[in-house]
Design a protein around this ligand. Structure first.
Ligand code: NDP
Length: 293
């Protein structure tokens, strides 16, 4: 069994980006600029946005955070997005989700200029992804593709089972792995809360991607021998063994599944670090106008 080391892979990619940015600055060019819109005071959202800002700094990007209270109206938030859309100094724009209930997520995402939509959530960019056209791929699925590539994992003609169909992970990774491409050319089955015979479906998977948000859901008896297992889930559970009193676990029971599979991405240190680095890659693409000229 081999561990898919997302932390090391992400560090390698970050170094490459940092080198490219340093060269730009040496040539007196601007650095890429990522703006994040943060609404309300959900602690997880604040942590995610702070981590994104920290990563931007590490590679030499400019980053700005537009913080607004949860009471902001939808109209006001759309104005903020419009303001950033029209600021030529900003290359990439993300709106941290979730948003308060009185704001339509779809309306806000659709208001983002697709050329700045480095999260890859805008319908235009999702359409381009489906058609295999150049675009910004959603960060977590993009990170998973980069891990397949880095570890030269064969995907062609493999049975791939994706657990979960969210717009940010399950659905896009299922589309990406069924595309005529590498990584891709898989026969993909997408499972969700209404799926029957889940265990039987999973145990036929050559590649199993768990993104259901259920701690330790995938057990060894659901996994085919020598399967490739990608664990997207992140859960904070209490622990007496760590200083913080918490530790992170995934959707997969790592101890038992790792004994049976050929490759596994751990939690932490697997998909998580790849997600942020994919956002940086998309921001660099936006700066270089590689997707929208
Ligand atoms: P969502 O809650 O949006 O989606 C979960 C999906 O799993 C849904 O499609 C749901 O089905 C399905 N599901 C839930 N329970 C079951 C079940 N018992 N059996 C079968 N299907 C089930 O989650 P996300 O996609 O946003 O996130 C999934 C996990 O990944 C979370 O732990 C999240 O924290 C983590 N995550 C990690 C990231 C990273 O960078 N590593 C990035 C994003 C998320 P239905 O559609 O029918 O409701």
């Amino acid at each position: 069994m081999k561990i898919i080391d997302g932390k090391a892979t992400a560090s390698e990619i970050k170094l490459k980006i940092a080198k490219e940015v340093a060269e730009m600055i040496n040539r007196d060019e601007d650095a890429p600029h990522l703006a994040a819109v943060l609404v309300g005071d959900d602690p997880a959202s604040h942590t995610y946005v702070n981590n994104k800002e920290k990563s931007c700094k590490e590679v030499g990007f400019i980053s700005s955070i537009y913080k607004h209270p949860a009471s902001i109206s939808e109209k006001e938030l759309l104005k903020v997005v419009d303001f950033i859309n029209n600021d030529d100094d900003i290359d990439g724009l993300i709106v941290q989700l979730p948003l308060p209930k009185h704001i339509s997520v779809n309306k806000v995402i659709e208001s983002i200029n697709p050329a700045k939509d480095v999260d890859g959530f805008h319908p235009v960019n999702i359409g381009k992804m489906v058609l295999n056209l150049p675009t910004y791929l959603p960060a977590t699925p993009f990170g998973i593709l980069q891990l397949f590539d880095r570890y030269k994992i064969e995907t062609e003609a493999k049975n791939c089972v994706v657990l979960g169909r969210s717009h940010i992970v399950g659905s896009p990774i299922s589309i990406l792995l069924s595309r005529k491409a590498y990584p891709g050319n898989c026969t993909v089955t997408v499972c969700h809360s209404k799926t029957r015979n889940l265990k039987e479906i999973c145990s036929n998977a050559d590649i199993l991607i768990a993104a259901i948000g259920q701690p330790g859901f995938v057990s060894a008896d659901m996994v085919k021998k020598d399967a490739v297992v990608i664990d997207v889930g992140i859960h904070r559970v209490k622990s007496s063994k760590t200083k913080s009193g918490f530790r992170l676990i995934g959707d997969v029971k790592f101890d038992e599944v790792s004994k049976k599979c050929s490759y596994i991405s751990p939690v932490p240190g697997g998909v998580g670090p790849m997600t942020i680095v994919s956002l940086l890659s998309n921001t660099l693409k936006a700066f270089k106008k590689e997707v929208y000229h």
